[in-house]
Ligand binder design. Sequence first.
Ligand SMILES: [Zn+2]
Length: 229
Amino acid sequence: MANFRTHIAGAAIPSVAAAGTLFAADLIPAEIAVAAAFLGALGGILPDIDAERSLPTRIIFGALALAGACALALALRGQIALPLLGALVLGAFLLLRFGLRALTGWLCVHRGLVHTLPMAALVGVVVADLAAFVAPSDHAWLLGAFTSAGFIVHLVLDELFSVDLLGVRLKASFGTALKLGIRRQPIGTLVLYAALVGVVVLGPPIDRFARQITSQRTHRAIAGVLHLR
Ligand SMILES: [Zn+2]
């Protein structure tokens, strides 16, 4: 398996190059290019959050639980007695903090469901869904595509590094990174696909993005920047 530096470079270099090309071709504004390059690089390190019970992972879970507890406190504020509110908020915090950890522990056997192609698609679509709140649909999908592409670069690098340098012997981890699901986790795999369908349905319309990536004008603009004409 590839190490952290390989992953960040492996995803960041093509992301910056691709985003820079689209910007130079005048197809996207600067802020979308910067966000796309950043999200592509982030996608390249995202899969390995399942590997760590480390400080960053704990900070993320703690922050999510705190955000959830605060949201509950705001929602119930003034409606119930203060001591009850306090107990509920504390309960919600603990439930989220340890519940999330148990859930990810179940989903995230290292190179389990997180290291799969449907998960790569899921993170990209979630990014597109969120980006659609602040950007037009075609830009939102582009940002999602960069995130998924970085994620897939990670999976490919893991796969390449499980082959030894001469490519003669396969290490035991070969074939564990690029997969469509986990046979031993049928329910988890199903939940993952169901979540993917859900975020696609909730997402912004994709037709504009699809038209643009297939249009002659886009291809000519990119070819012009790359001096392919
Ligand atoms: Zn990995």
